[in-house]
Design a protein around this ligand. Structure first.
Ligand code: SDX
Length: 437
């Protein structure tokens, strides 16, 4: 589906040694930088491109999410994240990401109803949890259990059938909170809580996390609202590492449950979704405002290998717009919980201010990202640190599955198969073991 509106612009590439030249088409998106279409490059010149980490490579065309990293802009289907976080709710954002438009009232009611009918997991799945150690990291459990869904829902793994794809998408969005809460309950030895379909998405999640069967549990509406907003802020983010992993897995024709399990594994790393957990560990390690300068000195010392977690971003060279909303949400949550002084928040804000005025971070355009404040809120809400990345996965599932769906519909997509710059040994003769020295 690669589109190029307007003039037939090209870029000419000239090999300075052979003088050979090739004209490469330039593609224009709706907004954002122009893109050089290099698909014919190897066939016509014999050259590959080299771009570790894909810093200058667009792997796909997409209509879902747009980021202007210099201006700190994030749009889902054209709508600003600030508007969605303030005026919408997670179910509406899910509908928007999956279907391209905001729902009408009737469409929303229907969608919420349909999602709520998929919140339970197959009863047999409960036994999977028992195979894990009680001290297993919940992300390890998520990788295993979500991957196992493909063994249970055979009627939604045929990726050539749009209806099965849709059912798989709904199942994944609906079951992730249930599985996440089960992973937590298992770790603390409490019984699993069945979902309650009369509750809203975020409310039901908090109920399954913190309720127990022996007494009534009333979810604090301020916390439910905050949870919903945190889900919105994490819902999608263009071609990040985990989404690209989902797309790569999807490009082979793997079923959606397997693809999302791959995304969860990719999200786990501390450079990506694991950063929210790492931020709290870092704040704990710094311990006190008086140690900030010494910690930053370690961060700036390249030999030390310490990073300022929750800071920096491949795309944002300005404030991550989600971090701003997250900071505001942090105050609301602390207020609702009547926490007057949260030393971690004070420490984080002081750390942010010092870093934002330090030439190391200014020169490299390093700003707080979505993970910087989220951990403080989640901790105040009662989530253990090990669950932070799980919550990211719960929210990101809709983004992953929307991007996966787009990939399946995209006739231009092929199996993901990058090439390489080979720097290993040249061809050589096999030496029998008896003659090796
Ligand atoms: C997420 O991509 C997405 O969209 C991801 C995400 C999403 O919603 O899906 O937004 C979620 O993953 C947020 C990022 C969470 N990770 C962290 O908070 C971990 C800390 N951040 C860094 O590891 C880093 O900033 C990355 C991984 C986020 C981005 O890495 P890049 O784009 O490869 O940047 P880089 O490593 O090339 O950095 C450029 C320079 C380097 O210094 P020099 O070699 O030029 O001297 O900035 C330095 C880096 O060493 N640098 C940092 C730093 N981040 C970058 N130095 C100290 N602390 C940091 N956090």
């Amino acid at each position: 589906m690669a589109t190029s509106k307007g003039k037939n612009e090209t870029v000419t590439l000239i090999d300075n040694i052979s003088g050979k030249r090739v004209d490469l088409p330039v593609l224009n998106g709706t907004i954002g930088p122009k893109v050089i279409d290099i698909r014919r490059l190897y066939a016509e010149t014999g050259f590959f491109t080299y771009d570790p980490g894909y810093t200058a490579t667009g792997s796909t065309e997409s209509r879902i999410t747009y980021i202007d990293g210099d201006k700190g802009v994030l749009l889902h289907r054209g709508y600003a994240i600030e508007d969605l976080a303030e005026k919408s709710d997670f179910m509406e954002v899910c509908y928007l990401l999956l279907k391209g438009e905001l729902p009408t009232k009737e469409q929303k009611t229907r969608f919420e109803h349909d999602i709520s009918r998929h919140t339970m997991v197959h009863e047999q799945l409960n036994f999977f949890f028992r195979g894990f150690r009680r001290d297993a990291h919940p992300m390890a459990i998520m990788c295993g259990v979500v991957g196992a869904l493909s063994a249970f829902y055979h009627d939604s793994t045929d990726i050539t059938d749009p209806r099965q794809r849709m059912i798989a998408s709904y199942r994944l969005v609906a079951k992730m909170p249930t599985i996440a809460a089960m992973a937590y309950k298992y770790s603390i030895g409490q019984p699993f809580m069945y979902p309650r379909n009369d509750l809203k998405f975020a409310e039901n999640f908090l109920y399954m996390m913190f309720g127990v069967p022996c007494e009534e549990y009333k979810v604090n509406p301020v916390l439910a609202k905050a949870m919903d907003r945190i889900f919105i802020l994490h819902a999608d983010h263009e071609q990040n590492a985990s989404t690209s992993t989902v797309r790569m897995a999807g490009s082979t024709g793997a079923n959606p449950f397997a693809c999302i399990a791959a995304g969860i594994a990719s999200l786990w790393g501390p450079a990506h979704g694991g950063a929210n957990e790492a931020v709290l560990k870092m704040l704990g390690e710094i311990g006190d405002k008086k140690h900030i300068k010494a910690y930053l000195a370690r961060v700036k010392d390249k030999k030390d290998g310490t990073m300022l977690m929750g800071f920096g971003h491949r795309v944002y060279k300005n404030y991550d717009p989600r971090a701003k909303v997250m900071q505001k949400t942090c105050y609301e949550v602390l207020d609702a919980l009547k926490i007057k002084n949260e030393p971690l928040l004070d420490l984080a804000m002081e750390l942010e201010q010092i870093a934002l005025n330090d030439n190391y971070f200014v020169d490299r355009k390093l700003y707080p990202n979505v993970d910087f404040y989220s951990g403080i809120i989640l901790k105040a809400m009662g989530f253990p640190t090990s669950m932070f990345t799980v919550l990211f996965a719960v929210a990101r599932t809709v983004g992953w599955i929307s991007q996966w769906s787009e990939l399946i519909d995209d006739k231009e997509q092929k199996i993901g198969r990058p090439r390489q710059l080979y720097t290993g040994a040249e061809p050589r003769k096999f030496v029998p073991i008896s003659k090796r020295t």
